[in-house]
Design a protein around this ligand. Structure first.
Ligand code: UD1
Ligand code: MG
Length: 486
């Protein structure tokens, strides 16, 4: 179908965000898996704009680098001096001289905005053939925001900033959300007439509305159904409040698709995560980045998963994982640490105080307690005893260890890589293995044990140990006396 309207999106992201008190530009602060700017670009994505311009200024290099990563199709345009939102849009449009049709302008700090709402604003605007349409909302607390001023017939008269408002205008609770649709030609004409004659000495984009009204152009107000979507972010307290609101929205979405979230107030799921039906997410759990949780998996309590894939029916308890894969029905934790490229096959077990990095743990294999597994391939059904260390680093290079199918590694063993323990082989507890163990063999490197009789009585006299040993010696002697003669 041919596109009926040419569309340009201009995102305003040049401001410093002074009240964030941060070295990071405000629009780059993260909020459940995307930056503020990333959220805004996502909300605008379904418009399928011919061009997306992002006006950058403060921290321009950082913002440009971020755009190259998350929205390479967007064009960053520099506003060297922040002379106001009107000035910013003018600079943005200078970089899009052929922009015709609809120009959608979005403040870069409105991250809860939904794509549906932007689409509805644009539809209303284009449907009415308006020169300009502003997204408005009734809010409980309009402090600091621009107010929508209507005439007695309810038509938009102007948008007035709080600092320039009369007391009567300040009492209005209908605010400008900072999201607009404009007819490109009429926007350009009005931008040329903006003045900086206001309390901040800036060119206000919002003054475009008053200018268009004076010129007899049709302008419109589109009221957002949910004012929460229009909340901006000016400091870290507001950012935390937005994060809670987004958390609730995300959790509610997953619960409605059939995911159990036992304590939504302590469950933080990035917008980029996917969770399958009948998964159970227990309290104090964070699912971040590209994490995917399979059907009927149980995750939590006290789990953080970053870019980690959890297979169907797996369980993860009180653990931390980054860049790992956990197979179907596998079990992790409590207190496990899975690092990048840790791959657990189906029904594998990685238990308590176990760290796994760049290793495959085969189907049904077990690493239950107190181990480090680095750069290893562990075969199916192998059993790795408590306190086994895969010694992968010689101070210069990393080396791999292979443990074959159904091999058995005794407790407190060091496997000094590169080394291979064959299928079905055993390694005796307490060994330091630096040579391959053939399939089915027992590898043992322990020194034979010797007992030095009476050592404690001679070398530790008067200690509790010596007393206990003496009591045991007497008891044994009495038992021997009482024993019936054979
Ligand atoms: C703006 C609106 C206000 C609205 C509010 C909604 C104006 C004059 N006022 O006020 O009516 O209620 O948003 O949140 O537009 N920016 C630039 N270059 C500049 C100035 C700002 O790119 O020279 C960017 C900022 O980075 C920010 C956005 O524009 O993303 C809005 O600027 P901000 O200073 O936050 O405007 P508000 O005072 O919040
Ligand atoms: Mg703002």
């Amino acid at each position: 179908m041919p596109q009926l309207h040419l569309r340009t999106v201009v995102v305003l992201a040049a401001g410093e965000g002074k009240r964030m008190k941060s070295a990071l530009p405000k629009v780059l602060h993260p909020l459940l898996g995307r930056t503020l700017l990333g959220h805004v670009l996502t909300a605008a994505a379904p418009l399928v704009a011919d061009r997306t311009v992002v006006v950058v200024g403060h921290g321009a290099d950082q913002v440009r680098a971020h755009l190259a990563e998350v929205a390479p199709e967007a064009t960053p345009v520099l506003q060297a001096e922040q002379l106001g939102t009107g000035h910013a849009v003018r600079i943005g449009l200078d970089a899009a001289p052929d922009a015709a049709g609809t120009v959608v302008v979005i403040n870069g700090d409105v991250p809860l905005l939904r794509p549906e709402t932007v689409a509805a604003l644009v539809d209303a605007h284009e449907g009415a053939g308006a020169a300009a349409t502003v997204l408005a909302a009734e809010v409980p607390d309009p402090a600091g925001l621009g107010r929508i001023v209507r005439d007695s017939a309810g038509r938009l008269e102007q948008i007035v900033e709080e600092r320039d408002a009369t007391p009567a205008q300040r009492a209005l609770r209908e605010i400008n959300a900072g999201i607009y649709a404009f007819d490109a030609a009429r926007l350009r004409a009005a931008l040329g007439k903006l003045s900086a004659d206001n309390d901040q000495g800036e060119e206000y984009l919002t003054d475009v509305f008053g200018l268009l009204v004076s010129a007899g152009e049709p302008v419109a107000v589109h009221v957002a159904a949910d004012h929460v979507e229009t909340l901006g972010c000016n400091d870290r307290v507001e950012l935390a409040a937005l994060r809670r609101l987004l958390r609730d929205r995300v959790n509610e979405g997953w619960m409605r698709t059939g995911v159990s979230i036992l304590d939504p107030a302590t469950t933080w799921i990035d917008v980029t995560v996917a969770v399958d039906r009948d998964a159970v997410i227990d309290q104090n759990t964070q699912l971040r980045g590209g994490t995917v949780v399979g059907a009927e998996a149980v995750v939590g309590p006290d789990v953080t998963l970053i870019d980690t894939v959890i297979g169907p029916g797996a369980t993860v308890l009180r653990s931390h994982a980054v860049g790992a894969e956990v197979g179907p029905g596998a079990s992790v934790g409590p207190y496990a640490y899975l690092r990048p490229a840790a791959k657990l096959a189906e029904r594998a077990k990685v238990g308590t105080f176990v760290e796994v990095k760049n290793s495959e743990v085969g189907a049904g294999a077990k690493v239950p307690h107190l181990s480090y597994v680095g750069d290893a391939t562990i075969g199916a059904k192998a059993n790795i005893g408590a306190a086994t260390i895969f010694v992968n680093y010689d101070g210069v290079n990393k080396h791999r260890t292979t443990v074959g199918e159904a091999a058995f590694i005794g407790c407190d063993t060091s496997l000094i890589a590169p080394v291979e323990v064959g299928p079905g082989a055993y390694v005796a507890a307490g060994s330091a293995v630096s040579q391959d163990v053939p399939p089915g063999a027992l590898g043992v490197t322990r020194a034979p044990q010797r007992n030095i009789e009476g050592w404690v009585a001679r070398r530790r006299p008067g200690t509790a140990s010596a007393e206990a040993a003496e009591r045991a010696r007497q008891a044994a002697a009495e038992a021997a006396e009482d024993a019936p003669e054979a």
